[in-house]
Design a protein around this ligand. Sequence first.
Ligand code: SDX
Length: 427
Amino acid sequence: MTEYATLTLEGKTYQLPVITGTEGEKAIDISKLRQDTGYITMDIGFANTGSCKSDITFMDGEKGVLRYRGIPIEQLAEHSSFREVTYLLINGDLPTKKQLNRFSVLLNDQSLVHEDMQLFFQHYPRLSHPMGILSSMVTALKGFYPYLEDLEEEVNITVTRLISKIRTLAAMSYKISLGHKVVYPRPDLTYCENFLNMMFDSPVRPYKIEREVVKALSIFLILHADHEQNCSTSAVRVVGSGRVNLYAAISAGIAALWGRLHGGANQAVIEMLEGILKEGLTVEKVVEKAKDKNDPFRLMGFGHRVYKTYDPRAKIMKAMCDRLLAKLHIDDPLLDIANELEEIALSDDYFIEKNLYPNIDFYSGIVLRAIGIPTNMFTVMFAIGRLPGWISQWRESVDDPEWRISRPRQIYIGPTERNYLPVEERR
Ligand code: SDX
């Protein structure tokens, strides 16, 4: 039985339908508000606005819950692989052994990029940020892989092609930035093994694939794989709503993720920690700076639009820092600073009252440093992890019969009507 919300405007009463999700979340459906009342709503930053109904990812920000297709992130991080989670997000269920093997073969078949793409990298401005390069190269893929007639086949092949090639593009970008020979993907390696080998193998020092590092990378990518309607996923959905090809929609998501308040925060956290170490700042001083309204400084890696408790991904990432650094016999002073910062912040009224906790980006950079990923590629790693989420959300939106082009409204607050003035009369 449909519930209704009652709205009274200028003496008239309206009944607005209430939508209830499978986890009991509620929304007031205002799809007909403007045509019935002439009013629109205003919600800067969309903190109170739902853009869609989705059955992909569920988050409970108050309880720190995150599930992909109903499966808790803690179980996926412990038992699954990034390939499996990719399949789960895109297809809705965990793959059978046969489905996973076929998916792995497809990923391997699609792992090479067109040799001409190396020319793009060679002539890309040398000081470019890897996220800018990645966004450009993903759009360029459309030029190398024009559409197939059968849309369903096009989507399936394009999806696998993107998920496989994004690793190759990222590793190629890194090798070329070093002036080193590009390392090609190998059919005998798994998704994460291949990426690590393409990044770090070299004729003078063959890369030794270590199980702990592969596991850490797989968990890192699983933790980043989807997060419902965040900034970059919303960008993918909005750009995709114009019915543009998937490469262009994903390129928009990469561009949105680059922002330091979003995926760029993982790089910003490490730069913040390195700054604290280099300048010999006390953690207390840093926390005071973060609380100072007149200081633009923020404690990067802290706070979240949805989580008002500890980000469940950050808990897993923090535990992984300790495990991985111990296994690799690494002693990273930045981890000590991060642990100290967390301890001070979480006992400070400012952070407690504002529900500011570590988010996924607070510890993720420590893991990437231990693996050997350069700091300016941290957000690229986030993008590789988030790609299955972007694709599954894009696919859900284009398959949604209710979906239409995204076109928000506004309230105009500029000058009322006035006439054109010839230049001689302007003062
Ligand atoms: C990601 O949405 C997602 O799901 C994103 C993500 C994903 O997986 O896709 O989880 C990935 O982007 C994680 C967030 C990474 N960004 C950072 O770590 C940057 C630092 N954090 C902040 O900039 C901020 O917390 C945001 C951007 C994450 C959230 O911003 P909101 O929801 O708009 O909150 P806000 O800026 O309105 O802050 C509320 C209050 C403000 O104080 P008042 O004006 O109310 O007095 O909290 C303060 C803020 O000043 N505040 C902080 C703070 N974050 C918020 N103060 C100091 N340090 C911080 N980090």
